[in-house]
Every structure is written in C-alpha cells, then in structure tokens.
Design a protein around this ligand. Structure first.
Ligand code: PLP
Length: 402
C-alpha cells in the first residue's frame, strides 16, 4: 500500500493536456499545441557551446549541493543588476529548475498544520507541494479580467496558522502582472502577520505592458528578510528540459536548502550549470531581447485574433506567454442540456474536433478559464487561434442544434 501522502497528489493537469495533444499528433493529426508551458524556440548558442565545452573538458563530478560557486556568483550579479538590490552568494541556491526551489522553500518553512495562502487560478504545483510538506493550501480567488488579487480578501484568509503566501507575477495561467501597489500591500500583510513570501518569478522576462518586471523585493525592500524569490532559466532561455533554476533567500533558507538538496538530488546537473555559467559570462542579451520581441509580436497577433470572440471578456495578457480566456459568459449563454457545459468540455472539443491543444481552467482551480500559449511559431499561433475563435463563436448554434 502506498503512503497516505500520495492520495494528496492529483497529477499534473498541464502535463495531461500536453499528453493528449501529443497522442493526437502521434495518431497522425495536425495538432496545433497551445497547451505547452514553454516557448518553442531554439535556445541561445552560448548555452549549447557552454554545455559542449563542459563535456569536452571532462566535467563529470558532483558540485556543491547548492551549485558551483562561480554560477552562484554570476546569478547573484544578474539578480543584483535586475533588481537594483545587492545579492551575494550567501543568498543564492542553484536548483534543478524552479520546481526544486519551490519544494525546498515548502520543506524548509512549513510544519504540519500550517496554512499557506495561494492566489487562484494557480499553477497546480503550488498547492501540491504545500500538501506534500504536510501543510494546508488556503485559496484566495483573483477575479477576471485583471486577476489581480484583492488585498482585503487575502487579509481575511489569514489565520493564526498562516505561515506563508505564494505569489506568482507574471502569472501562469492568467498573465497578470501585479502592480506596485498590490505588491506593497502584500508585503505589508506579510510583515504585519509575520509570513514568509514565496515569490515565483519564473516569467520575469516576459512582461509586455510595463517597462520591466518588478519583484516584490523591489516594490517593498523591507520584505527581503522574509522572501524566497524563485526563478529559473527554463522559460527565459527556452531550456525547460535542462533543469536549471535558482532562488534568492535569507541565509537560513540557503543552509536548509543545502541540507535538503544534498540529501535528495545533490547538485543540479553539472553540464547545465556550466552551460548557464558560460551564457551569463558571454551572452550580450541579444537572445533575451529577440525572444521578448518575438513573443510581443505573437501577443499582438493573438490579441487581434481573439478580439473576434463573442461573449468573452476582453483579456489583458500583461505578462508570461499565455492568453487566459474567461468563458463564464460564453458558457452561461449556451442552450442548456447540450454536450458542452464546462471549460473541460470546451478543451476536449477543441482538441477532438478542431485539432487545437489548450488547458482547461480546472487545472488551475478555476472552472471558467481556458489557457492558450502564444509561445509557438506565428503561423501555428494564427492557425490555432483562428480555429479557437471559429469554434467558440459557433458553440451557441451548434449546441442549439444538438
Ligand atoms: N513556476 C511556474 C509558475 C511555472 O509555470 C512553471 C512551469 O510551468 C514552473 C515554476 C516550473 O519551472 P521549472 O521548469 O524551472 O521547474
């Protein structure tokens, strides 16, 4: 018999959506996969060259459990430049992707019975990891069209057991980018109620409607001593499979992570560490700028196509690389009794009949949403979104005829 904790885990809905799209492709169908949580683009050559050089140099051994000192130094320098705040290696841990950093954070600060506030819709790994640590996720719903959380609702959710709040801006799946006032208010709450802040900033490179990404530690510098700022190279450099992330945190969290990582995975892959180090040393930022430009163009194309949707609230898509449709109104105007009653039904229909992969909001704890990635090549994006618009706009008639 399996341990009880396994019953807490429901598996990844995003992975299931991608698997369904991959199966349909394998069956010979021309699927446009807008379910992916990664940008489909070649990574920078400097990363590949760094990896090849490391292999050729016979780099095969363990590193420190929290990463090569040279890489921690380079990450501290990068983060200092991006945030305008000084970080040094005592604050930096190299992880096997952001996921490991988030798990380190959960295991380091949560005791059984603790509560953690999570803004919903949310990436499903957040509540799962909280449960794995024996604690309890407490959800606060952020509403469309902005999906910026209401501070009063967060305050109401705080109890004497609340230990932490997890925030994710730019957001997966909603694309929300929290404004400075919201970040400051969350910071104030964390200080007043003595909470840890876990700030997942994996999509920090993908902000489209503001000058640049603003971390909570920039908006409210005094929260730094209670913040675990998690990030990764997965999305930023289009290397999700290389498994290289990092976090910045107070020294006590860094030592906890050192114990956790040395007892579980040991160091993140050494070749990936050298590859990123090389990129950070020789990269001139051109890859990152081009990727941003490409995604910004894709976003414009997508917003234009999606503006043709009927009965769907216009969306913002301020950051990350997702369009998140609120389909509350569309579902409410569908004739009752037909086959389509939920966004799960819509995601299924899109895949089965229009050959488009998407992720239903139920994956993110929101029955009304539908996530579509714009991190795919422009021709695929146009073709996929045109099909989505045609299918959704035809739903009312189709359902009436069913
Ligand atoms: N955080 C968020 C909000 C994500 O959406 C994802 C991946 O989809 C991750 C973390 C995982 O990042 P990594 O692949 O670096 O573990």
């Amino acid at each position: 018999m399996l341990a009880q904790r396994m019953s807490l885990l429901s598996g990844s809905g995003t992975a299931a959506a991608r698997e369904a799209a991959a199966l349909a492709t394998a069956a010979g169908r021309q699927i446009v996969d807008l379910a992916a949580g990664e940008v489909i683009i070649e990574p920078p050559s400097s990363v590949c060259e760094g990896a090849i050089a490391a292999i050729r140099a016979g780099t095969n051994r363990y590193t420190d459990a929290i990463g090569l000192m040279a890489l921690r130094k380079a990450v501290a320098k990068k983060l200092s430049a991006e945030t305008g705040i000084d970080w040094n290696t005592d604050n930096i841990v190299i992880t096997a992707g952001a996921k490991q950093g988030l798990l380190d954070a959960a295991l380091a600060v949560l005791d059984p019975g603790d509560e953690v506030i999570i803004i919903r819709p949310c990436w499903p790994t957040f509540p799962s990891q909280v449960l794995l640590a024996g604690a309890k996720p407490v959800f606060v719903d952020a509403r469309p069209p902005t999906y910026i959380p209401d501070i009063a609702a967060i305050r109401t959710a705080v109890t004497p057991r609340t230990k932490a709040i997890i925030i994710n801006s730019p957001n997966n799946p909603t694309g929300a980018v929290y404004d400075r006032t919201t970040l400051q208010a969350i910071g104030d709450l964390a200080i007043n109620y003595q909470l840890w802040i876990v700030s997942d900033e994996c999509y920090s490179s993908f902000v489209f409607t503001a000058e640049r990404h603003e971390s909570i530690v920039m908006a409210h510098p005094s929260v730094r001593s209670r913040t675990i700022l998690v990030n990764a190279f997965s999305k930023e450099l289009a290397i999700t499979g290389w498994r290289l992330g990092y976090f910045a945190a107070p020294a006590e969290i860094v030592s906890a992570a050192k114990k956790l990582q040395s007892l579980t995975t040991s160091n993140a892959n050494v070749i990936a560490q050298h590859a990123i180090l090389h990129h950070l040393q020789v990269g001139d930022g051109s890859f990152e700028r081009e990727m941003h430009q490409r995604l910004s163009e894709a976003r414009n194309i997508g917003l234009r196509i999606l503006s043709g949707l009927h009965d769907v609230t216009p969306l913002n898509a301020d950051g990350s690389f997702f369009f998140y449709l609120d389909l509350t109104r569309l579902i409410s105007v569908l004739p009752p009794g037909g086959p389509v009653r939920s966004t799960d039904d819509i995601a299924r229909l899109l895949l089965e009949e229009t050959d488009v992969g998407s992720v239903a909001g139920s994956t993110f704890g929101d029955v009304n949403g539908l996530r579509l990635s714009f991190g795919v090549p422009p021709d695929q994006l146009e073709s996929g979104l045109n099909r989505v618009v045609k299918t959704l706009n035809g739903l009312k008639t189709r359902q009436a005829a069913a």
